[in-house]
Each structure stands twice: as structure tokens, then as C-alpha cells.
Design a protein around this ligand. Structure first.
Ligand SMILES: [Zn+2]
Length: 88
């Protein structure tokens, strides 16, 4: 998702790199790192999410909900597989 900086309206913001932390902490850590990620403008520096337009914020919130639902789905699937194995 590309978004212009809400301060200078010139540069595009980039999600700050948190992927290394997530890789070490596993899937759940990755989700936490994702939801805690901040955005950086090359000229203005770190920009809190509240400064972005409502549309951008709701887009990110929707993404977070989907990633949380995805993680819950994976966990449920794993538990179901474990139970299926024990029954056999
Ligand atoms: Zn900027």
C-alpha cells in the first residue's frame, strides 16, 4: 500500500522494518510486529498512524483483523490435526 506522507505530502512513507524480530519470534511474533509497525517518511522521520487519513487507517485496521483471523485459523487447524492424529 502506497501512501504519501501526511506532513510534507511529497514523499512516500515506508513501513519500518520489523521483519527480523518477527522471524525469530515465529508466526505470533510476526503478527505482533506487524501490528506494532510504524511508518517512516524519508524527510520527516517516524509518523504515528493517527496522522494519516482515515481511509489509510481503516485499511490498516482491516488488514490487522484479517491477519489475526488468519492466525487463529491456523492454530485451530493445527489443534484439529493433532486431535485427528490421536484418534487414529
Ligand atoms: Zn514527510
Amino acid at each position: 500500500m502506497e501512501q504519501l506522507c501526511p506532513r510534507c505530502h511529497e514523499q512516500q512513507v515506508h513501513k519500518s522494518a520489523t521483519s527480523n524480530v518477527g522471524r525469530h519470534a515465529g508466526l505470533i511474533g510476526l503478527l505482533i510486529a506487524n501490528s506494532a509497525a510504524s511508518y517512516n517518511c524519508p524527510t520527516c522521520g517516524k509518523i504515528p498512524l493517527v496522522e494519516f487519513p482515515e481511509e489509510f487507517q481503516s485499511g490498516i485496521k482491516r488488514k490487522r483483523i484479517f491477519s489475526v483471523l488468519g492466525a487463529v485459523g491456523v492454530v485451530v487447524l493445527l489443534i484439529a490435526l493433532l486431535f485427528a492424529r490421536e484418534l487414529m
